[in-house]
Design a protein around this ligand. Structure first.
Ligand code: ZN
Length: 272
């Protein structure tokens, strides 16, 4: 029986409590949400940190507090962002990797982000991949566009990214690539053989993303970073609610739900 890996992106950089009152923001709230999500079936949590004002921060101390609290409560695999937030420098974005989380996102190209943009040149990508190797942090190769998958080939060829490759296809970001069976299929076609991938359907692509991941042999990501609505016009009550639905849908599709231990083995993470 194949196993479904579910990631919950707890908070992100953009969503606010005003938009989604149930959004976890403080390290304590993040840890509580991580524990609940793991109990519900998420094997990985994807982590952004927020400052006192609730806005995104790259402060390593805040990341450390959140990671320490999460690890006290649950064995869930911790993946931190290195995409950070619009306006952060590459140095700020990569700094929390020194805390040795299990995994980290590695953006594989520059991308429009609504009215903003996030810069990821090849030199930035090389620097990030080297730092992750140094701290034994497994990258999730986040691709917002087909060309990003192709950029990842350069780093793979240079030996900076080692198998097993795990792609994260971030689709339907405003002004970036939309999610359709065709666009996802083309992204998948560009991956090296035996790669793993998680579909991250943003906003209204949330449920199509889950369905396509199940159909195409990929993994699922849910959570307030990607989408705040559980159903049309109805805000999610918690991250857990999203995880529970992804679990139900996967089980109906005859998939077993991967545990954090399964993911540690799958990607050869620390403590596997
Ligand atoms: Zn993120």
């Amino acid at each position: 029986m194949a196993k479904m890996v579910i990631t919950c992106a707890l908070t992100g950089a953009e969503t606010t409590k005003a938009q989604a009152p149930a959004l976890p923001v403080t390290p304590e709230e993040l840890a509580a949400s991580a524990e609940e999500c793991c109990k519900a079936g998420a094997a990985i949590v994807h982590l952004h940190a927020r400052g006192e004002d609730g806005g995104p921060t790259a402060d390593v101390k805040v990341f450390k507090k959140a990671i320490d609290l999460i690890r006290k409560r649950t064995d869930v695999v911790v993946e931190i962002t290195t995409g950070g937030a619009v306006g952060m420098t590459p140095e700020e974005r990569i700094a929390p990797v020194a805390l040795e989380p299990d995994m980290a996102s590695l953006d594989c190209g520059t991308v429009n982000f609504g009215n903003d943009y996030i810069v990821n040149t090849l030199p930035i990508m090389r620097q990030f991949a080297s730092e992750m190797n140094k701290h034994k942090v497994h990258p999730t190769l986040e691709c917002f566009d087909v060309s990003h998958v192709q950029s990842s080939h350069i780093l793979i060829k240079e030996g900076l990214i080692k198998p097993p490759y795990h792609y994260g296809f971030v689709m339907q970001v405003p002004a970036a690539l939309s999610l359709t069976p065709k666009t996802l299929g083309y992204m998948m076609d560009q991956m090296p053989a035996d790669s793993h991938f998680t579909v991250m359907g943003i906003g209204r692509a949330h449920i199509p993303g889950i369905c396509l991941a199940i159909a195409a042999g990929g993994y699922i990501r849910v959570g307030f970073e990607d989408n705040i609505y559980y159903a049309k016009g109805r805000l999610a009550k918690s991250n857990t609610e999203f995880v529970e639905r992804a679990v139900r849908m996967s089980k109906e599709a005859q998939l077993e739900i991967a545990t954090p231990g399964d993911v540690r083995k799958l990607f050869g993470l620390r403590g596997a």
